[in-house]
Design a protein around this ligand. Sequence first.
Ligand SMILES: NC(=O)c1ccc[n+]([C@@H]2O[C@H](COP(=O)([O-])OP(=O)(O)OC[C@H]3O[C@@H](n4cnc5c(N)ncnc54)[C@H](OP(=O)(O)O)[C@@H]3O)[C@@H](O)[C@H]2O)c1
Length: 275
Amino acid sequence: MGVELVRELKARGYEVMAWDRAQVDITDRSAVENALAHFDAQVVLNAAAYNQVDVAEKEPQAAFLVNALAVRNLALACRQIDAQLVHFSTDYVFDGEARHPYVEDDPTHPLGAYAVSKLAGELYAQAYLDRALIVRTSGVYGPGGLSTARGNFVELMLRLAQSSNPIKVVEDHVASPSFAPALASRTIDLLDRGKTGVFHIGGGAAISWFEFSRLIFQAAGLKPSLHATNEREYRTPARRPRYSALSNAKMERNGLDPMPTLPEALAAYFAARGK
Ligand SMILES: NC(=O)c1ccc[n+]([C@@H]2O[C@H](COP(=O)([O-])OP(=O)(O)OC[C@H]3O[C@@H](n4cnc5c(N)ncnc54)[C@H](OP(=O)(O)O)[C@@H]3O)[C@@H](O)[C@H]2O)c1
């Protein structure tokens, strides 16, 4: 996400200073304060996170340090320099029991260490700042993922398709996969309009991971051996919400353009990937 945010901010004429973990470790409070003190920022966007949902069950402290306590560092530093914090959170703050796309006011109920740490990050941002903007998103994929170690779901599917082994993807978990460049641009739209509080920006469609992989292979022109599986067959250390689609209604009520449809977003992804 960080890559896409920087690209979009620069395209809109913002002066941007960007750091990676080697330059500023956000768990180090003085490193955060020093970095921001040298740059009279009006806005601080935090796209850093500990995102290893399953590993977090073994090392919850590591997840809490980055996703919660480091957000406190950022919030305190923003308060010192009177900057606005834009922070990203997740659909995993919900338990997945709903059968409608989650709205911002739905009660949160995280199911594991990663999810608890992300909700704590939201709370820290809100505890120290009156005008933080918190954007919850879901299943992010974008060209930025081509250059990171973690990659993204689309690249994972393409990698799996290179072997002749059958590919199994869960069909009983539904989310709203979000195209990172569109998410970055909607986030900056909110910022430009002076919005604060919690906003959901998902991909705009509630879709199972199995159906999403079908769309990916369609867009890529591939026909691998793809099979549906389910939570019972495909066990993971962390519990995940079975249904975590996000409603973009609040964002749209505030005048933002709807997110591109999944076929449009995947076409844009593959066009950017081909370049
Ligand atoms: N990806 C998704 O599907 C998804 C879904 C819902 C919400 N989100 C949220 O969206 C935001 C962006 O996620 P993403 O997918 O862009 O994540 P990502 O690709 O995993 O990138 C996270 C970045 O944070 C950096 N980082 C980790 N610990 C750090 C630290 N202590 N100090 C400074 N940087 C640190 C990582 O650096 P290293 O590479 O060096 O570790 C990495 O560059 C996060 O808040 C995430 O929780 C993501």
